[in-house]
Design a protein around this ligand. Sequence first.
Ligand code: PMP
Length: 364
Amino acid sequence: MMERVYNFSAGPAVLPLEVLEQAQKEFISYEGSGMNVMEMSHRSKTYGGIIAEAESLLRELMDIPGNYKVLFMQGGASTQFAMVPLNLMNKNKKADYIRTGQWAKKSQQQAEQYGDIHVVASSEDKTFNYIPEYSADHIRPDADYVHFVTNNTIYGTRFTELPEAGNIPLVTDMSSCILSQVYDVSKYGVIYAGAQKNIGPAGVTIAIVREDLIGNAMDITPIMLNYKTYADSDSMYNTPPTYSIYIAMLVFRWLKAQGGVAAMEKRNEEKAGWVYDFLDNSKLFSATVAPKDRSLMNIPFVLPTDELNAQFVKEAEATGMVNLKGHRSVGGMRASIYNAMPDEGVKALVEFMKRFEMANGGKA
Ligand code: PMP
């Protein structure tokens, strides 16, 4: 069997080996059914058990209050960029957006098709390498919601505190940080996330929606983009992405066996800490994000020249550490270290960076 690599991809990303092995065991016949989960009717009793377990495990892991619905959808986080305004921007047709990166910008641009959007704060002036501050009076009191991206995958920043929004519902894109640390769900109106980082395979998109925000969609809302459609049918109005939800269930079981989200948060802080400590003490490498806004999941860093960046990515790949090239808008490198990235992978990366610095320090 081929050795597994350490995969630092931003997404789709590394999954826990135990999950892949379990899926492999059940590949030909799931629990005596004689078929793979992807061959099964979504209305079967067996599949009903899978989606119900996925939901109840997520509720347990995130301590989701009873007045929130958990919805399993398709279309990726990008479809939520439309679903959020269609479902929520229905009272005053106004919403406020915090612009902290490409995804924040795309969500804002999509919402602009449906109403009056105001950008509360932006960090575009410095290539989004920090989380902008603003005073509460920048939020319009009649905004239907305030939208922000909790963790900015491309730039490696995260909100460490909730943005100010008064009584206005907070809506957040948690695609690249859901389940990585403890979040108090009761503080949000809507949390949504594409699955392909901390949840499972691409194909399923999860939204956690406060019940009072469901059922007021704009008249033009297609049935498939209405939260109510999913809430009323236990996410079974049509065929859900069955296999992706099954793998998500296995990931949730794995997370629970690891001690849950609080234990994961502690490990993620440690793992990210090893990389940031190295970067902050290095004479050759540097982190691109100010310490207070640094992501635990995506760590961008740079070397002094493009040649060294390219050399680093190439040599890392040769030692089995892949997908370290940074996003084209930032350059350099980016190590994505989601929940499923083992400690050994992060340690191997830091060891490699040390060796690289020793070998190339003279070139700086
Ligand atoms: N939001 C964030 C924060 C992301 O990182 C991504 C994907 N990298 C997206 C949205 C887009 O997700 P999708 O491809 O599922 O539409």
